[in-house]
Design a protein around this ligand. Sequence first.
Ligand code: ACO
Length: 430
Amino acid sequence: METISLKDDQKEFSLPVVTGTENEKGIDISTLRSETGYITLDPGYGNTGSCQSSITYIDGEKGILRYRGIPIEELALNSNFIEVADLLIWGSLATREMGERFTNMLTDNALLHESLKHHFEGFPFDAHPMAMLSAMVNALSCYHPVLTKPHNPKEIEKAAAILISKIRTIAAFSYKMSRGEPFIYPKARYSYAENLLHMMFSLPHEHYEVHPEIKRAIDIILILHADHEQNCSTSTVRMVASSGANLFASISAGIAALWGPLHGGANQAVIEMLEKIHSGNLGVKKCIEMAKDKESGFRLMGFGHRVYKNFDPRAQILKELSAKVFDVLKHKDPLLDIARELEDVALRDPYFVERKLYPNIDFYSGIIFRAVGVPTNMYPVFFAIGRLPGWIAHWREATATNRLQIARPRQIYTGPAKQSYIPVDQRSHT
Ligand code: ACO
């Protein structure tokens, strides 16, 4: 067995090395504290493996992303979102019969319980749809108390179908709420992406016809978002799952984590940045200068990634897809030109080159959503719908054990040393 030695002033310790399928190496420190008294310190977990996982493989240096071993480029070209969801959750591509069965389950679960629908009335009209999504997904556990036995594949399949189908209905209904429009119900014969757009954009008196290329583009976007191993929201799902929390509660927490502008909220932030440039409030040059100036607190949104240090394969697919969508819609958007200019300038600037900062998936996804007519605050919602199968797969993997181990990191305490309590009339604020 391969080991690594660790030495302090008095002793040498030997730690086992764990090797993954693609020869990636990790030092197993699970006995470090008990044997040495030390812990490791790694804020942001950039050097910490939290688990072993067989779901997704990423090589950030080479720009590789594979779901269950299959390259993302092949899935984007040949597969569809529901097949990818099945693949991520169950580990292999479904047969035709299995695929049809799961699709039928999604159709059967597309509606929301009538009482659940009333929850929407409790939200203000301008509520952010991510807040509604997180709350409504958590509320699903009140209406569907499945998963009494988390290892039972039938129950997981049922819960997965409920979630994957209903999240789309919740998303569309929250959009309708924000517009003061009546809810539109899903149609059984529509594909997943088609139904999402139909429920968002159709009106009782006016049917929204979804162009096949747009339907396909949204499907591809969902595929590209479907999993990304131990990112912030997925780690959140696994962390919450480790306490024994049910699937709905764990996913609700993942949605909250995804909402942040450094994660799934970045696609909205990209468009807001491009709009500022377009309105003349911020020039491309000024934007680049500000991004380089640490004092400004500004970052070039849609640029950089914790893992990809060469290129983000998803961003490359989306860049091509955005051109196709614009072609189909005969759409011209000055923001696309600004995005291309920004990308061009940044990729030639030593600041970005030296730090290996490239466009990430969010840089182009927002531009496509905008062309389709999706409002900016719904972008992270589309991201959440896409990421859902990955979250479910990770929840399943994290809980598939008889000995659930609660995730509980340690810390290095830096606060005051022991001090006595001071009664209130003896305190001074000097
Ligand atoms: N603009 C300007 N500078 C940046 C950017 C950026 N977008 N991203 C990173 N940097 C700089 C940092 O300031 C740092 O510089 P320094 O070495 O001089 O201190 C260096 O590049 C490394 O950055 P880190 O913060 O260490 O990178 P990290 O891996 O922690 O962060 C992150 C990755 C959060 C994605 C970051 O690049 C970022 O904030 N990007 C903008 C937001 C964004 O697009 N998020 C979407 C991520 S993808 C997703 O969630 C699907």
